[in-house]
Each structure stands twice: as C-alpha cells, then as structure tokens.
Design a protein. Structure first.
Length: 95
C-alpha cells in the first residue's frame, strides 16, 4: 500500500489580477519554484507562470484563462506536496 501524499499549506489565492486569469498569491515565495500546487477542494493545478510584480507574487494556473475563472478561486488555500518542496537548511521549516 502506497503512503498518502503529505502536503503543507503554503498560502492562499488573493484577488484576481488582469483579464487573463492571473491571481495574486499570499504566502510562501517557494511557490515561485514549484511546477504545480494543490488547491483546497479542487486538486492539483499546474503553474503556467509565476512571477513577482511590485513585491507581490502573481500566479497563472492551468485551466484558468479568464477574470471570471480566477475570481471563482479567490480565497482558496494553496498546498504543496512536501516531496516537491526545495530542501531547507537544518533547523528551518515550511510549517
């Protein structure tokens, strides 16, 4: 039997940004290094693009291509699989 996937919360989706489905992200900057995230109640979404804009993080997620689609995700918790997170220095933690 395979062990269950262990996830850790890394933030929340903030306001929709622009007309192409982008969302502001409130949380750990480690999201900039990930290829996918797990959205509360919805499952995995690939990250099409993640960038910083005026000291904020903006995410473009797979399947989210409009302002309306992005607005439906505002406030959701965002998780990452522990196995996909970069290794931290000894004595530091994501959670």
């Amino acid at each position: 039997m395979e062990a269950p996937t262990r996830r850790v919360e890394i933030g929340r989706l903030g306001k929709a940004y622009g007309l192409e489905g982008a969302l502001k992200f409130r949380g750990e900057p480690v999201v900039l290094e990930l290829q996918r995230v797990y959205l509360e109640g919805l499952g995995y979404r690939a990250i099409r693009e993640a960038r910083t804009l005026n000291q904020e993080i903006v995410l473009y997620l797979a399947g989210v291509r409009s302002l309306e689609a992005a607005q439906a995700l505002v406030g959701l918790r965002v998780y990452a699989d522990v196995s996909e997170l970069p290794k931290l220095e000894e004595g530091t933690y994501y959670y």
